[in-house]
Design a protein around this ligand. Structure first.
Ligand SMILES: [Cu+2]
Length: 139
């Protein structure tokens, strides 16, 4: 009699595990199909990195031309000493290139890197000091 309950218990555990396995597979499959099909955003990274520094005088350089798939690392100079937040225009929504936005302030000594997958001329600003602006041209 006990054995019968034990077998029943095992069957239930097996069904739960199977259900979890199937649902986790469905989640990962739907995540894959939800990926953007836009070719401009799925371009492989080139591995080339550029540095743009925010200083008291603004971004240095203020204009930079890079290749599609290049990465730009945004940092703040030691004299700047405040939180920084590079982001796509337009302020405050950052809607022109919404992925180009760390979505949170960056610590003064920390950097934030972004791979530019979309060709275009992208104007940007510091979200916390929006009078500091620049332009990134992606070819
Ligand atoms: Cu902004």
């Amino acid at each position: 009699m006990l054995m019968k309950y034990f077998v029943g218990f095992l069957v239930i555990v097996a069904l739960i595990l199977a259900g979890l396995f199937i649902s986790s597979r469905n989640v990962s499959q739907s995540a894959e199909t939800d990926e953007p099909k836009d070719e401009s955003t799925s371009v492989p990274a080139t591995g080339i990195e550029h540095i743009v520094v925010l200083t008291e005088r603004g971004y240095e350089p203020t204009e930079i031309t890079i290749k599609q798939g290049d990465r730009i690392v945004f940092s703040a100079s030691s004299d700047y000493g405040r939180l920084h937040w590079p982001a796509s225009n337009l302020h405050p929504t950052h809607s022109l290139y919404s992925e180009f936005d760390p979505l949170a302030p960056i610590e003064p000594e920390a950097t934030w890197g972004f791979v530019f997958g979309k060709v275009g001329e992208w104007r940007f600003h510091d979200h916390l000091a929006p009078y500091h602006t620049g332009t990134i041209t992606v070819q």
